[in-house]
Design a protein around this ligand. Structure first.
Ligand code: ADP
Length: 631
């Protein structure tokens, strides 16, 4: 029975784009179809590991041209598709890359013709060359044959059909030639061979096509016409790229492989090719994408592809890579794993654990190398992935801190570029005992903090923490190479000279009363003190050791910390005119202190970026003062 069905809207959009494509490398359709065929064989092979009745004697992909009919046929003896799968996979966009492709086009309005090839838009790319496509398929799962037919417009048809073998045969009826496009070239033997070599050389199954062979001429037939016959020949070398010797693979080959395998349209920033032989034998190919790849289908699950002896096992093996390196794409091919290993067994597998440790080390040492030899590239990397490394350092109670601390770069007050902790340490001035840091979105914001006055004068550099995780990370580290980290607004900074400090300590005694009354007026403060860090500002807020204001904010945002608050200390600049005026008024009228104390405290809060709990009271208080002044 023939059934006619409509494509989904999204699919129609993609098809429309394919049909009207002016993309010049339409040839990539062959790569896409061969890759689908290879995946389908993988699936059948995998299934047959637990059910040998599902196996084929020999797996292969066949590409055949028919010049009279103007058709190109790609057949595989893979798993095939059931009727439901035909609808689900070919009637709807399944491929994450295609969705990303559409979104990119949508975003950029004018489609960049070049990105078609770079994304690889799967089965639908065949409509760049086809006027009609027939997909004959018989699934190993139900043994029923179906044919899917479409011209790539609004709809497709599905009909039962007889098919001898399991697998899928895709027949493309090529479009008529135009001035710009010679579709006939896809029927030429040399062209087919070249395309298979170019795009699908590493496919693990033989890709065969008919190749013309010249019959040997016998002496006596010298004058006769040359005779030829056709022979089915395997065109691809089948050796997976990751199994090749490092020296035999060019960067360009690796980049091409990466793009088609991981559906990226840009070259990766870095690749790592590992061949290990010995007690543990494995190959790994790892890539750092230029920009993080967002996958729509599987919500960005982390993991590397796992192969054993060249046979695909698992798409996202998360046991191979730690969470903080989730942005790394790649694969591991181990020689030591049983083919039918389950996910549960993988978790326990000792060789997987060892490989994972090695893979992590390799990636970190590659990053260290990049930081040392190609700073600019590293900074670019850090823009996108630095946050992952920071979390990696912070998580698991800092278990990874030693391997990660030298990969962190942060902005600083005195430098235009981000610096490492080691670089900070190198620029420390004589007498400077600690590594200072301030929380703020950038240099400008940090410079405005009242607590910066003294440090600036001293010429000390200050690390600028702009990411939420930064301060947590420093807390986990607590020190770098023997030098402690110190927040500019927590604890005693120890920056003023002894004499000055003594003076302030004395003031504490002589002005005990007013300090006591200020404290009484501000029950939310743990303490009110004379500041040893202010020069120009009248007051500032500092936090007692422990939780900082920034950490309080981050925890509250994440609904963690159960309402924990940083302990607030109001620091007052005793040399500031405002304090002196307050004191004079206090001498006359002790009650006046209450209102001024609150105002001062609220200002200190605001400078820290913390909103007062009662803004209305603050406003009323200010209005009172304005009225008095304006009278
Ligand atoms: P992708 O291959 O990236 O998933 P495609 O649009 O090329 O995207 O294919 C969609 C789906 O159709 C595949 O995931 C697969 O399930 C199915 N499919 C395509 N070609 C074949 C084939 N030759 N044999 C079996 N299934 C296939």
């Amino acid at each position: 029975m023939k059934e006619k069905m409509e494509f989904k809207t999204e699919t129609k959009r993609l098809l429309d784009m394919m049909i009207n494509s002016i993309y010049t490398h339409k040839e990539i359709f062959l790569r896409e179809l061969i890759s689908n065929a290879s995946d389908a064989i993988d699936k059948r092979h995998y299934l047959s590991l637990t059910d040998s009745t599902k196996a084929a004697d020999q797996y292969e992909i066949l590409v055949e041209a028919n010049k009279e009919e103007r058709t190109l046929t790609i057949s595989d003896n893979g798993i095939g598709m059931t009727k439901e799968e035909l609808v689900e996979h070919l009637g709807t966009i399944a491929k994450s890359g295609s969705k990303e492709f559409l979104e990119k086009i949508e975003k950029e309005k004018t489609p960049d013709v070049d990105i078609i090839g770079q994304f690889g838009v799967g089965f639908y790319s065949a409509f760049m060359v086809a006027k009609e496509i027939h997909v004959y398929t018989k699934s190993v799962l139900d043994g029923k044959g179906h044919v899917f037919t479409s011209e790539g417009l609004d709809s497709y048809e599905i009909e039962d059909c007889a098919k001898d073998d399991f697998g899928t045969k895709i027949v493309i009826s090529l479009r008529e030639n135009t001035e710009d496009n010679q579709y006939d070239e896809f029927l030429e033997e040399y062209q087919i061979k070249e395309l298979i070599k170019k795009y699908s050389d590493y496919v693990r199954y033989p890709i065969k096509t008919w190749v013309t062979k010249y019959d040997e001429k016998k002496e006596e037939d010298k004058d006769e016409e040359e005779h030829t016959h056709l022979e089915l020949e395997t065109i691809n070398s089948m050796l997976p790229i990751w199994k090749k010797n490092k020296s035999e693979v060019t960067d360009e080959e690796l980049n091409t492989f990466y793009k088609s395998k991981f559906m990226d349209y840009q070259d990766p920033i870095s690749h790592i090719h590992v061949n290990v032989e010995g007690m543990l034998t494995y190959n790994a190919l790892l890539f750092i994408p230029k920009k993080p790849i967002y996958e729509f289908n599987d919500r960005n699950e982390r993991g590397l592809q796992l192969y054993t002896k060249g046979v695909f096992i698992l798409d996202k093996c998360k046991d191979l890579i730690p969470e903080y390196l989730r942005f790394v794409k790649g694969l591991v091919d181990s020689a030591d794993l049983p083919l039918n290993i389950s996910r549960e067994m993988l978790q326990e597998d000792r060789s997987i654990k060892k490989i994972a440790t090695n893979v992590e080390k390799k990636i970190l040492s590659e990053l260290g190398r990049m930081l040392k030899n190609d700073r600019e590239k590293y900074e670019e990397f850090f823009n996108d992935y630095g946050i992952n490394l920071k979390f990696g350092l912070y998580e698991e109670y800092g278990a990874k801190k030693d391997s990660l601390k030298d990969l962190i770069i942060l902005s600083s007050l005195n430098k235009d570029k981000r610096i490492t902790f080691a670089e900070y340490k190198e620029t420390m001035i004589e007498g400077q005992k600690e590594i200072y840091y301030a929380v703020g979105k950038d240099k400008e914001a940090v410079l405005k903090l009242p607590q910066m006055d003294l440090i600036k004068n001293k010429g000390y550099d200050v690390l600028i923490l702009a990411d939420d995780v930064d301060e947590f990370m420093l807390q986990v580290l607590s020190e770098y190479d023997g030098v402690k980290f110190k927040s500019i607004n927590q604890g005693d900074l120890d920056l003023i000279d002894e004499e000055e400090a003594k003076k302030i300590d004395e003031l504490k005694e002589t002005k005990k009363d007013i300090l006591e009354d200020l404290k009484k007026a501000l029950p939310e403060c743990k303490d009110v003190i004379f500041s040893k860090r202010l020069v120009e500002a009248p007051c500032c807020l500092s936090a007692a050791e422990g939780l900082s204001f920034e950490m309080e904010r981050v925890l509250a945002q994440q609904h963690q910390g159960h309402g924990m608050k940083a302990e607030r200390i109001l620091e007052i600049n005793p040399n500031h005119a405002v304090f002196q005026a307050m004191e004079a008024s206090y001498e006359k009228d002790k009650e006046s202190l209450n209102q001024y104390a609150k105002l001062l405290y609220t200002q200190a809060l605001l400078m820290e970026g913390i909103l007062p709990t009662d803004p209305k009271e603050f406003s009323n208080s200010l209005c009172d003062l304005m009225l008095q002044a304006l009278k």
